[in-house]
Unconditional design. Sequence first.
Length: 538
Amino acid sequence: MRFPLMSARRLGLPRRAVSQILLTQLAIAAGVVVLATGLFLAPLSAQLDDQAMRRALAIAQSTAADPSIAAGLLGSAASADSPVQASAERIRRATGAEYIVVLDLHGIRRSHPSPDRIGRPVSTDPGDALAGREVMEIDDGTLGRSARGKVPLVAADGEIVGAVSVGIAYDSVRDRLLGAVPGLLAHAGGALAAGALAAYLLSRRIHRQTRDLAFSDIAGLLAEREAMLHSIREGVIALAPDGRVRLVNDEAARLLGLTPDSTGTFAGRPLDDVLGAGRTADVLSGRVTGRDLLAVQGPRVLVANRMPTADGGAVATLRDRTELEHLSRELDSTRGLIDALRAQDHEHANRLHTLLGLLELGLHEEAVDFVTEVAGGHRTTAEQVTEKVHDPLLAALLVGKAAVAAERGISLRLTAASLLPDRLVDPGGLVTIVGNLVDNALDAAAGAAAPLVEVELRTEGRTAVLRVRDSGPGIPAGRREEIFTEGWSTKQPRAHRERGLGLALVRRLAERQGGSARAGEAADGGAEFSVVLPEALR
């Protein structure tokens, strides 16, 4: 691609792309006009030659058909005042031919426009005409170059007695050809002007589209774009308006586990064919809308965002969240442990005081029974949770929440139907959802006569279903959608902390994964929150 640019610099051509395109188009238009003119003139010249020869032949045939010519040839000598000369000159003047020459069987002229040449042999071979054949040709004679027609001269008895040769000056043919040139050039000039105007309009459009960049600048920008797209550590997929793939950078191919086809590219293939049916294709194609949408492709959890382009296509970006899962698990586990320790701080202090009092009173057996009961209660709670919830992050959260609930005098338990395997796509997101719903349920059940919070975690295929019920006052039917609005809360805000974010965050996380979050009424009259997360399991 460098050679045209180098040649342009050597020739001193402009560097602007629009100027080079305009000059190139003008040169092409001019070349086409010249070529078309030449292709038109070449057959025109041959056509005019053919017409002149046929005209000469027709005059020769008409002359030979005159019986007085053959009779005069047989009955008179070769002279300037012979009847043959008179008839031939009459016909020549009437037809506009350059010459009409009547010759006998010996090739001697019996007529000629120059009387002094009568009685002399002709300058060209008359053998074909005397043999009975008609001849058309362009040839040189004593009167110059001419278009000729030669026919045999036949007497009344059918015997060949001579020949008639008619010539039309070649200058008249050339004059007709040159006469056609001005009109042809006028048409060619009009075509060239129309081509120049079209080239100018097209170059102006290209000028707007290329923003007056040189070809070298455009090539540099393309090279930089390719280098940037394939070097960044974020997946990028460009889509055409019809959903076909325009570009997939190296990181996107790695994250999605894609293998190029035999051409080494994904370009031109429909997105659904490249990725297969599923949530990832729905998110990238725009069938599912939103920001920071979660998608699962193979073993990876991806965060996808999609931005439409002006031509109706789109550019989608992908970030790998799988690599952050271990850090997220550790952080959430630590946070749950801190919450549990904070909740148990006062309870442990009271129990230690009780144990100390029993020991000071010498009630050693009662002290042993008390320690056994306390330790067994916590062990039983932890075992019950880990039997039903196999994900360690969620199990730790629920054990911690159970300790908080126990301190507040609230019973927190899992339903018998609860069973959650350790194959979650986004355990951190589910921890956030469960934590917020359990916290709200503990607050709602705190004032009840028999405070109770019940948690159900189960799966249906790859779909995770979460329900949290409390024994609180419940939620009026008219406000069950309003509570998910960001900033809505019935609680007094703490210092430097906003309220009304928990339930809004729950719905946002659920919808980001293609699920839903709803509020309803529990069987015992309290509130029940249901969250459905499709494709939540690997």
